[in-house]
Design a protein around this ligand. Structure first.
Ligand code: AMP
Ligand code: ZN
Length: 114
């Protein structure tokens, strides 16, 4: 998607602090962190939101979570715990319509859940 900010980041057209990349996903530091460790895990392929998922995307969405597990170990927060969030649509608080898994860790979470 040509006008999508995360597609531009994945292509390298907009700078970002990358923490991980493979064939399927890219993980970047959130520009406005809500926790000491706030990483966004993005599929490299554009998908608007959970509402746009198809059954063919199930492996990819699972890979977002196994990437989160790996990043937790790397960041040293696996035992302490962390929070994974995927906002969907306006009421869900989604502001960037390229699906992404928020990884929040490094402190006890106070971010409101609802
Ligand atoms: P959401 O509100 O769930 O759609 O999350 C979008 C997230 O993207 C927010 O936490 C923003 O701070 C973050 N964000 C927006 N633009 C950038 C950017 N250029 N680089 C890194 N994070 C960004
Ligand atoms: Zn995109």
């Amino acid at each position: 998607m040509s006008d999508c900010i995360f597609c531009k980041i994945i292509k390298g057209d907009i700078p970002s602090a990358n923490v991980y990349r493979d064939e399927q996903v890219t993980a970047i530091r959130d520009i406005n962190p809500a926790a000491p460790t706030h990483i966004l895990i993005l599929p490299n392929r554009h998908i608007d939101s959970v509402n746009a998922l198809s059954n063919d995307d199930e492996q990819l969405i699972g890979h977002l979570f196994t990437t989160a597990k790996q990043l937790a170990a790397q960041a040293g927060v696996a035992d302490g715990g962390y929070r994974l969030i995927m906002n969907t649509g306006a009421d869900g608080g989604q502001t960037v319509f390229h699906i992404h898994l928020h990884f929040l860790g490094g402190a006890p979470m106070k971010h409101p859940m609802g």
